[in-house]
Write a protein that binds this ligand. Structure first.
Ligand SMILES: [Zn+2]
Length: 98
């Protein structure tokens, strides 16, 4: 099942330089994602009429990249939490509110 959220997240990551950018093959323009009337996800170019449906292979690559980064960020979060706990051993609640 292809989820448009994963595709748009991937595009956001690629704009941040955190994932490989997928460009329009015609004019190297930026691609955006959308759903057609049958709920099929596709990419389209913002500057020309290029349109491409997202196949399972491409989706799988996007999904992996999004998951990997999510795990990486969660790992950093946990390390920061551990550090914070060391300095504030009696107050674990505050971490979640800062
Ligand atoms: Zn284009």
């Amino acid at each position: 099942m292809i989820k448009i959220q994963v595709i748009s997240k991937y595009i956001a990551l690629s704009e941040e330089g955190l994932a490989k950018r997928i460009e329009c093959p015609i004019d190297q323009g930026l691609l955006a994602s959308n759903l057609d009337f049958e709920d099929k996800a596709y990419l389209y170019c913002l500057s020309c009429s290029y349109k491409k449906y997202v196949g399972l292979d491409l989706y799988d690559q996007m999904w992996r990249a999004v998951e990997k980064l999510h795990e990486y960020r969660w790992d950093i979060h946990n390390k920061e939490h551990a550090k914070w706990k060391e300095n504030n051993p009696h107050n674990d609640i505050k971490w979640w509110s800062v």
